[in-house]
Design a protein around this ligand. Structure first.
Ligand code: NAP
Length: 335
């Protein structure tokens, strides 16, 4: 028997809070191979805001339900489903549209059954940012324990995961912020140095690290911040650009590219998921990261939670700078 459930929908792109609305959606009957999930929690990430405004690298056909990630409890499975059962908490497959109370997915796409322990809100953030941090640290340059890495937007969720994973793998991090007051977050996350961005970043980082050779710069900001990171790199170092927070082109002097062999490469999780990894590789990475999150070694700060009914306020809140953490939607919480 199908029933009506609430979902967020956008029928056009534009200013994110203006284009989202809550609608009733009929749930289809559970067929062979289907898994029906009650969504417990879903984050609002910068990529969702880009999608709502029409500027992300992949755009859905409209109308669509936003939300690329989340955690939920399986409530029913169709014939032939053996990898999950009712009651399991699972990672909802990427790009299923998670800003809704209930979602139907195919069992073969359910890659991770979460451990029984662990905070569902933290587990809900597994799909996008933790593997992005993993990709940035593990696939761009070969790092050995003791090596230094520098990143900007160090207080973002990805930034926090980068610090925590780097600590687990034995790398040291310089964490660049656009504002003061984030030293405590850095030490709590296992980071080594916290600095505020600026044109003299190279000199200040040299002093803070005792002139360490830094092989990798992780750039979520672009614009002049890319050049500031390049100023901190050892000759032959690599910049991994994975974000466009400043909405400006990456700035990099040709002198650095030619004479100092500074390289720049793009990293996009979506390409790794769709093109550059096997199911076995994805499962191994997600299972490792789910374990780190469940046992508290990886964690992203949360500033606020909202019921589905307050989606416009939630999206507007997620667009604010200077947050202390993520904005999370709890679709099955009563408004
Ligand atoms: N390439 C990929 O596969 C991939 C995957 C996941 C995420 N990302 C990207 O990673 C970045 C971080 O995502 P998230 O979910 O971790 O973010 P988040 O937790 O929502 O935090 C946003 C961060 O961006 C900073 N910020 C916002 N506007 C900025 C600007 N104009 N200049 C400098 N910093 C700015 C904020 O600083 P304040 O606290 O000072 O406001 C905060 O640190 C985003 O660009 C996102 O699109 C990329």
């Amino acid at each position: 028997m199908s029933e009506m459930k609430k979902a967020v929908q956008f029928a056009e792109t534009g200013n994110p809070p203006d284009v989202v609305e809550v609608v009733n959606m009929e749930t289809a009957d559970v067929g062979p191979g289907d898994v029906l999930i009650d969504v417990e929690a879903a984050a609002i990430n910068p990529s969702h805001l880009l999608t709502l405004s029409g500027a992300y690298g992949v755009q859905p056909d409209l109308p669509a339900v936003p939300g690329a990630e989340g955690a939920g409890i399986v409530t029913a499975v169709g014939d032939g489903v053996t990898n999950v059962k009712p009651g399991d908490r699972v990672m909802i497959p990427p790009y299923s549209g998670t800003w809704r109370q209930q979602v139907m997915v195919k069992a073969e796409n359910v890659l991770v059954v979460f451990p029984e322990h662990g905070d569902p809100i933290q587990l809900a953030m597994l799909m996008a940012n933790p593997p992005t941090a993993w990709l940035l640290l593990k696939t761009v340059v070969d790092l050995e324990p003791g090596d230094w890495v520098i990143q900007n937007a160090g207080n973002s969720a990805v930034g926090q995961y980068v610090m925590q994973l780097a600590k687990i793998y034995g790398f040291k991090t310089v964490n660049v912020m656009r504002r003061e007051g984030l030293d405590e977050l850095v030490s709590k996350s296992g980071g080594d140095v916290c600095v505020v961005d600026g044109p003299d970043l190279g000199d200040r980082v040299k002093e803070a690290t005792g002139g360490a050779d830094i092989k990798l710069a992780i750039d979520a900001v672009a614009g002049e911040s890319t050049q500031h990171l390049a100023d901190c790199l050892a000759d032959g170092g690599e910049i991994a650009n994975y974000g466009l927070l400043s909405k400006k082109p990456c700035q990099l002097w040709p002198d650095d590219i030619i004479f100092r062999e500074i390289g720049i490469t793009g990293v996009w999780l979506t390409l790794w998921l769709r093109k550059y990894s096997t199911v076995e590789e994805r499962k191994a990475v997600y299972d490792e990261l789910a374990g780190f999150i469940a046992d508290g070694r990886m964690h992203a700060e949360v500033e606020a939670t909202y019921p589905l009914a307050d989606i416009k306020q939630a999206v507007a809140h997620a667009m604010e700078g200077g947050r202390s953490g993520k904005v999370i939607i709890l679709p099955n919480d009563a408004a």
